[in-house]
Design a protein around this ligand. Structure first.
Ligand code: 5GP
Ligand code: MN
Ligand code: MN
Length: 324
């Protein structure tokens, strides 16, 4: 009989197996929400769970309040060969950073994801590019495992759902998405507080950073279906008294420029590389563009890392968008 993800996880919980769960580097609400919800569900069913995330062990302020976040374990404290490893919301092994070694060392590796660019890795896969968020796949799994979705689990799931659908504005929102949201709201979660923390809360210094970054935005209407781009860096964020995570929301403002199909923010990292965030209105397959440039993502939201300088980075991207 073929082993299903739900079957393997139920068996692992039953036998009190050790299960490590991790999302991608620079975890977002979908990565952490799905990790914490599935970890808590498996813990309730009897598993010894170790929820974690790759990279420096600091959570963005917008996510530290998620229920269960206090139980996250630094990757340096993980066993080298757990019974089961579960990857959540990671489009490729590279997105798991130092934790990717567990794909091979764990007794069983399970991959749960919704990225169009996912090449198919891990032994057992629950990968659905039609799912708006990884948390929807986790909600289905919790149902399969017979775990009741209470307020705690619903808070984690709702955070991921609201984040990856842009609060139900993006095209990935389907009737079932609203049905799940309704079910989560019915548990009594404070959805207004969740949304405010996720989307409408930043230090005052963010306003200054935003004005500098939008002020230097460049519109190139003739590149592809129109390109708007700008840039910042972790160093510039620091000048405004901000941690690097505050660069993430900039693209959500830049994408408002109606003359451009594609909006891009180049985010300079501490190591000198550029982390590139891209968004499309619908005319460009950005998962494909990102994959060509060594990254990945969804059709309308994707990214990659560039080791060229700023001009080289945008020139290479311009060429890709023109070639489509
Ligand atoms: P964001 O712009 O919000 O950082 O990322 C948008 C989407 O692109 C996310 O789904 C994310 O997983 C994906 N993405 C961003 N950067 C990278 C990258 O360097 N590599 C890969 N494979 N995917 C990325
Ligand atoms: Mn994510
Ligand atoms: Mn996601």
């Amino acid at each position: 009989a073929s082993r299903t993800v739900a079957g393997v996880l139920a068996e692992a919980a039953e036998s009190r197996a050790t299960v490590v769960l991790s999302g991608h580097v620079n975890p977002d609400a979908d990565a952490l929400g799905s990790t914490l919800a599935l970890a808590e569900g498996l813990r309730r069913r009897g598993a010894r769970v170790l929820p974690t995330f790759p990279g420096e062990f600091t959570l963005p302020a917008s996510l530290g309040w998620l229920p269960g976040a206090e139980g996250l374990v630094p990757s340096s404290a993980l066993p080298s060969a757990p019974d089961v490893f579960v990857s959540l919301d990671a489009a490729s092994p590279g997105r798991l950073g130092e934790i990717a070694v567990l794909l091979d060392s764990a007794g069983t590796s399970v991959v749960i994801d919704h990225h169009a660019s996912n090449p198919g890795f891990g032994e057992l896969r629950l990968v659905d590019p039609g799912a708006p968020a990884t948390v929807t796949l986790v909600a289905d799994l919790l149902d399969d495992l017979g775990v009741a979705i209470d307020r705690q689990l619903a808070t984690c799931l709702y955070a991921g759902l609201a984040a990856d659908t842009g609060s139900f504005r993006f095209g990935n929102t389907r009737p079932q998405t609203h049905e799940l949201a309704a079910r989560l709201l019915a548990t009594g979660i404070d959805h207004a507080a969740i949304s405010r923390r996720l989307f409408d809360t930043a230090p005052f210094g963010w306003l200054g950073l935003l004005s500098v970054v939008t002020g230097r935005a460049v519109l190139e209407p003739d590149v592809g279906g129109g390109l708007v781009w700008t840039w910042s860096s972790t160093a510039e964020a620091a000048e405004h008294g901000l941690p690097g995570e505050q660069l993430e929301a900039l693209v959500d403002v830049v994408r408002a420029a109606e003359e451009a199909d594609v909006a891009v923010v180049l985010k300079g990292q501490d190591d000198g590389s550029w982390s590139v965030s891209m968004r499309s209105r619908g005319g460009t397959d950005l998962a494909r563009v990102a994959m060509e440039l060594g990254g990945g993502g969804h059709t309308l939201a994707a990214g990659y890392t560039s080791h060229l300088d700023r001009e080289g980075t945008i020139a290479t991207l311009r060429d890709q968008l023109t070639a489509l």
